[in-house]
Design a protein around this ligand. Sequence first.
Ligand SMILES: Cc1cc2nc3c(=O)[nH]c(=O)nc-3n(C[C@H](O)[C@H](O)[C@H](O)COP(=O)(O)O)c2cc1C
Ligand SMILES: [Mn+2]
Length: 521
Amino acid sequence: MASETLRDFIGDLDREGELARVKARVNSVLEIAEISDRISKSPSPHGHKELDRSPAGNLGGKALLFENVDGSDIPVAINTFGSYYRVNKALGTDNLTALAERVQQLVKPEIPATLIEKMKRLPDLIKMAGFPPKSVRTGICQQVVHEGNNADLTRLPVIQCWPLDGDLTSGQVFDKAAAEKAATTQSGTGRYITLAGIHTRNPETGDRNIGMYRVQLFGPRKCAMHWHLHHDGARHCRLWQKRGEKMPLAIALGGESVMPYAATAPLPPGIEELLFAGFLNGRGIELVKCRTIDLEVPANSEIVIEGYVDPTERLLEGPFGDHTGFYSLADWYPAFHVTAITHRKDPIYPTTIVGKPPMEDYFLGKATERIFLPLLKMLIPDILDYSLPISGVFHNCAFVKIRKEYPYQARRVMHAIWGAGQMAFTKYIVVVDEHVNVHDEQDVLFHLFSNCDPQRDTEVVHGPVDILDHASPDLGAGSKMGFDATVKLPAEGRVRQWPKELEMDARTKELVTRRWKEYGF
Ligand SMILES: Cc1cc2nc3c(=O)[nH]c(=O)nc-3n(C[C@H](O)[C@H](O)[C@H](O)COP(=O)(O)O)c2cc1C
Ligand SMILES: [Mn+2]
């Protein structure tokens, strides 16, 4: 079972030897981040049972609870999802493949005719599975309420992750002139809320969305909201802007242990993360009404920050040390104004840092890779399996396995991926045959290097790319490349006689296995 609150989850991790409590006084500026980075890259206590053959498979160290943080009474939890063992535990499963099978069951019943119909049916399927959210009258997240000027973000132990975060004089900016001006007038701090669910509502349909977007502190009641232009929060914001209205928004921290993951899940627009969270949780998520805005938030949250985005007001957000391993340059994002902060008595503040992998987000991303395989297969039935290798930081690279049955099938799969939700941003796609292990980078690269003629077997397209891709010529727009590393068929251009890949015959293998001891190694 998943845990009902962050406090319960941390208690469980502690009992299982998966938590380190740090009693030494630490600084929320950089020190927590550096400790967490080192721990992330150390061996994890329980190892793992996943498919991952990368060096990161066994890493992740322990979850950390900093009990004595400079400038705040609130303890800081970090790296709570940062290993296969812990991300599984948060999602109430033993391994991600088993969870993917539950998702498979969900999407299996009677297959309607078109893809659109299939996608449209998803919310119904989840509802039928019986886990819609429920409204309740009270929640622990409102045990303590600070409204108006009593709400003060600077009382939270919001961390700074990397040295140049929020530094407009660092040169890590898109527009130097604007940055110089903003640095003297309206400059953000280096502190970012990094592990929150951002709750918004579509003003036209009423659909609720939760996304994990970082939030930069500008003052006690002012922040910048960093949602990428392709994400649902940004889409909602454009709708509110069109109406000329302020957008209610709540930042929820903690809650059921499935909540942070659900906020990162790449669900298609209009499919509510709350339904998916209920499905993962095995029970509908309980919601309470916010105190100062017209939104509901998970009742079991540790801390909730209520407020509104004024779609006409922009702040120069960033720079921020990102999960790509580079700084994201400062750019204009909407301002968020706090109207209330509510929390449980003795809350824990959850956070994360991103940077060169592996870090906590690697394991959240791997959970998505597994959980969404059945949905990806539903869209693109040719796909047998796929992997997002650690060096590709998710959007840069996908290894895809197919059972090749006709010419140019690999190309068809590439184009389908470039049209599939957030997978569309994948910069490099390598398609391999059935016998290749996509979870073994060595095996994939071997087939890529040997089976591709660069001119004949690559496909270059133009399209939207990830906002975080700093190599694309324009922000969010650039090119993508597919490698057909499968065995070529005669109709796929000029193809000579294809050699067979080496493999020992079964009889000899069996003989050598049987006699192994005799050889005296
Ligand atoms: C630790 C972490 C931080 C993230 N930060 C951001 C962010 O600042 N902005 C953003 O647009 N997406 C960010 N993401 C990715 C989104 O949470 C993810 O794409 C999610 O599916 C978006 O939800 P949506 O489709 O409902 O918008 C982050 C993901 C993780 C795991
Ligand atoms: Mn969404």
